[in-house]
Design a protein around this ligand. Structure first.
Ligand code: ZN
Length: 471
């Protein structure tokens, strides 16, 4: 059989790996959007380097858009098979894909407006069509093709291929997938980690290692570094609330990804509230996608870690507390941005690329008493990354804004293991027994840093389009 690395090869986004059996049967593992070069978004995602109608089955590791976001395009271009994933991933993916349609339309309209303003000096009309990779109909067709399977329940795709899903501990429903393939009189076991979680995360369980593998395809997002924050999430957030909202009556603004990160943060605030430590400071969650996701986390509490399940049993809720306010309407979001009283604002997008968070940052970046706490990975070129460089002024929209607010960062909510976490996982997998460990989903520094710690292991760092014969 052949394994071809079509995405997340020597980069982080666009996960997509193709396994082609000698019989011609084709299995695609993940089908994510490639965001690494934003100016080439359409060129990188519109067409596939294979024929979508030839793919027999897709296995989706988890809902995040860099793993699921191009599935509707695959369906649009002729894929007719099933998409196998966990049950929570079906619901989470549906919400994320619908959000992706909206984002593509907004971005498309922005581009059109700029083009028209330059060319004709007038605004686009409602009749103007914006090109997107797919629309809501394709999202519906994708969701119809999805079939949920449970963790640790071996599932036969056909006589030659069986899969088993392991908990990856990254977000709700995230799976690592072990494929057992019967070919030429022998069985080969191939594991795809998907995105792994950080050990001892809020809400989700620790990543569970696959066993009995011949090959492992592993993420390596933070393979070149160690997480720096070692205090608990509660201690860290409380410290910022006391030193920003209580002491200076300022705002604590936290950009957060809607799926995974926001829930971990709200859960931590709920714990602080119940311990009576929030001192009446109100917490606002301002992202419609995050609110929908938060509901799904509460519905699937049985899939979360023991601590979260016990918390739910005791308190009857994971996230809701009297000082938490959820804002769905954009009018309320605008009011919140101008409200003078101290508060915590948790809003998307995590890298501060568009979304409601941008408006909150625009309002508070000039306030010496406010803090902007970056709680996740920010790709180069995003506003989040610019803020972290400590510049005296940044552009928001097209306008420069002076930075007077405190800019801080934390990795206490990280949803990926660092180098030590990955090495711990590899030990548990039995990495030295593998024929090959393939590193994906990381930049070159992460992958070479990780490889240097893996003496005696056959490590490959494939480039995009590279093909390997597995036997
Ligand atoms: Zn992910």
């Amino acid at each position: 059989m052949k394994l071809t690395f079509w995405g997340a090869a020597q980069q982080v986004t666009g996960s997509m790996h193709l396994l082609t059996l000698d019989s011609g049967f084709q299995i695609l593992i993940d089908c994510g959007l490639d965001y690494d070069k934003r100016d080439q978004f359409e060129a990188n995602n519109k067409n596939f380097p294979f024929f979508p109608e030839d793919i027999d089955v897709v296995i989706l590791t988890h809902a995040h858009i860099d793993h699921s976001g191009n599935l509707p395009n695959l369906v649009r271009q002729g894929f007719k098979g099933q998409i196998l994933c966990t049950h929570p991933s079906i619901e989470l993916t549906k919400n994320l894909l619908l959000d992706s349609v909206n984002v593509q339309q907004i971005e498309g309209k922005k581009k059109l407006r700029n083009k028209k303003q330059q060319a004709f000096k007038h605004r686009p009309s409602k009749a103007d069509q914006v090109a997107t990779l797919y629309n809501r109909v394709h999202v519906d067709q994708t969701v119809e093709a999805m079939k949920g399977i449970g963790f640790y329940q071996p599932y036969k795709i056909n006589d030659a291929v069986e899969i088993e899903l392991y908990e990856a501990g990254h977000i709700l429903g995230a799976a690592s997938v072990k494929l057992s393939i019967q070919e030429n009189g022998r069985k080969t076991h191939i594991g795809f980690t998907g995105d792994l979680g950080n050990y001892q995360s809020q809400l989700v369980i620790d990543p569970q290692p696959m066993q009995g593998l011949d090959y492992l395809i592993s993420e390596s997002t933070y393979g070149g570094r160690l997480h720096i924050d070692h205090q608990s999430a509660k201690t860290l957030l409380l410290d910022y609330v006391l030193n920003t909202c209580v002491k200076y009556k300022g705002k604590l603004v936290i950009p957060a990804f809607s799926v995974g990160r926001t829930q971990a943060i709200l859960y931590t605030f709920n714990q602080l509230y119940l311990e009576g430590k929030l001192e009446g400071v109100k917490v606002y969650t301002d992202s419609p996608l995050a609110i929908k996701t938060t509901r799904l986390y509460a519905e699937h509490v049985d899939q979360l870690n023991q601590e979260a399940q016990d918390f739910y049993k005791t308190n009857g809720t994971l996230f809701a507390f009297p000082d938490l306010y959820t804002l769905e309407r954009s009018e309320d979001s605008k009011l919140l941005a101008t409200m003078p009283e101290p508060a915590v604002i948790v809003s998307a997008a995590g890298m501060v690329e568009g979304g409601r968070i941008q408006e909150h940052i625009r309002h508070h970046i000039g306030d010496t008493f406010s803090t902007i706490l970056i709680a996740g990975f920010c790709a180069e070129g995003t506003l989040g990354a610019e803020l972290l460089k400590g510049r005296p002024s940044v552009n928001i929209g097209k306008r420069p804004k002076q930075v007077y607010a405190k800019i801080a960062r934390t990795d206490v909510f990280s949803a990926h293991p660092d180098q030590a976490g990955l090495l711990k996982y590899y030990d548990a997998v039995g990495v030295k027994q593998l024929k090959t460990l393939f590193l994906v989903h990381g930049d070159s520094t992460s992958m070479t840093g990780l490889k240097s710690k893996l003496d005696g292991v056959a490590v490959e760092i494939p480039y995009q389009g590279q093909v390997y014969e597995l036997n």
